[in-house]
Design a protein around this ligand. Structure first.
Ligand code: PMP
Length: 402
């Protein structure tokens, strides 16, 4: 086999997709008007497939802070945090995140992907064990691989499957890290963290929770699923991203373990990349401030989640198992999913198409996500888009949607 032959399969799949007249995975957004509106292919659309859960990408405070940092500190740091890339604001954000989560240490990464890579590849090494939920994000899988540890998967959201594996580990459990997510972004389901935390304590393993999709979404103060289930004390490492509720880009880990400081000298994905741009750091600090001051954003987000989930359920769609801001619409075939995605776009609704192998259990799905910034009218427009495709119902009039 020649070097490039390994891409044949992917190329054939891509060509088949393009032959159907669309490339749903590379849709250029021509203009972004707000957290919920954009123009795609000349058409005004409602964004129903972002991770902008709190709608802060156009928040005044975030914009002001980002603009000021841009003017004061320039467009980029041009360097590693270990060299010239640690500014006062990077350290301030680390301290603010640690404070927000009630932890002693915080560490910034260039992205959430690198946070998982950096934490897993340095915490675990050859001879250690990582026990991970089978539906974990690619960045967790990649971090596991980079670590060189023994990787053991347990069945998604199945504590009995986790316990079986913990029991089998015997003495090795003290060098075992359990890794799960708070909210899983494909089906919109949450981890049974109470039982997982109980098992972690009972067996004496460590626990890392990736709250990428649940920060700013779950818990009374938005700290995530561990907060909402009251088990934060059992979580050793919280990992997250700025690219969703906090409307920026970057990643982090917070913990009470001092090892986080040591990782500044040992974690290659932390060291060998430039630190986040000052405008991004300032925007994220402002977003964290907005989250702290505005619990009503979570109320609005959840009202929208309930409304869209309820409407799609009533239309008879097969949905993910829980109401959450990630609403997965499951369909039987890949072609059906593509047709639904395209039909929605024609109705002025942009959602995410997710096809196997990226989906759990080989299902094809349309992933809608709601934002606190969606108006009730926009939520109705989204559900009406689905309704028109299934029942041919006439659209209700959305004042200024088009
Ligand atoms: N963890 C999880 C669970 C995610 O879903 C994602 C992104 N979708 C990431 C990490 C990576 O985040 P980032 O976009 O900041 O790289």
């Amino acid at each position: 086999m020649a070097l490039l032959d390994k891409f044949d399969n992917v190329r054939q799949q891509r060509e088949a997709l393009l032959a159907s007249g669309v490339d749903p995975f590379h849709v250029p957004v021509e203009a972004v008007h707000s957290a919920t509106r954009a123009r795609i292919d000349g058409r005004e659309v409602i964004l129903a497939g972002t991770n902008n859960y709190l709608g802060l990408t156009f928040d005044d405070q975030c914009h002001r802070a980002a603009r000021e940092a841009l003017a004061d500190q320039g467009t980029g740091t041009t360097g590693s945090p270990l060299a010239n890339g640690s500014y006062h604001d990077h350290r301030a954000l680390e301290a603010e995140l640690a404070g927000f989560f009630g932890r002693e240490q915080g560490l910034l990464f260039a992205t959430g992907y690198q946070a998982n890579l950096g934490m897993l590849a340095s915490l675990a090494g050859p001879g250690d064990v990582i026990l991970l939920d089978s539906d974990c994000h690619a960045s967790i899988y990649d971090g596991c691989q980079l670590s060189g540890a023994d990787i053991v998967r347990f069945r998604h959201n199945d504590p009995a499957s986790l316990e079986k594996r913990l029991r089998r580990l015997g003495d090795r459990v003290s060098r075992t890290l359990i890794v799960v997510e708070g909210l899983y972004s494909m089906l919109g389901d949450t981890a049974p963290l109470e039982r997982i935390a109980e098992l972690k304590r009972e067996y004496g393993a460590y626990l890392m929770v990736d709250e990428a999709h649940s920060l700013g979404v779950y818990g009374a103060t938005g700290r995530g699923v561990a907060e909402s289930l009251g088990v934060e004390a059992s979580v050793d490492f919280v990992v997250g991203t700025f690219s969703k509720s906090l409307a920026g880009v970057g990643g982090f880990c917070v913990s009470n373990y001092e090892v986080l400081e040591t990782l500044r000298y040992a974690s290659r994905p932390y060291i060998f990349t430039a630190s986040p741009a000052p405008s991004v750091v300032a925007g994220v600090r402002a977003a964290l401030g907005v989250l702290r001051q505005s619990p009503e954003l979570l109320d609005r987000l959840w009202a929208n989640a309930e409304a869209l989930y309820g409407a799609l359920d009533e239309l008879g769609y097969q949905l993910g198992p829980e109401v959450s801001p990630v609403i997965a619409v499951l369909v039987d075939t890949r072609d059906e999913a593509i047709a639904l995605w395209q039909g929605l776009l024609e109705q002025g609704v942009y959602a995410n198409l997710v096809l196997p192998p990226a989906t759990p259990e080989g299902k094809a799905l349309l992933r809608c996500s709601v934002s606190a910034a969606h108006t009730a009218e926009e939520i109705r427009w989204i559900s009406d888009g689905f309704a028109r495709l299934t029942t041919g119902r006439e659209p209700f009039a959305l004042a200024d949607a088009r």
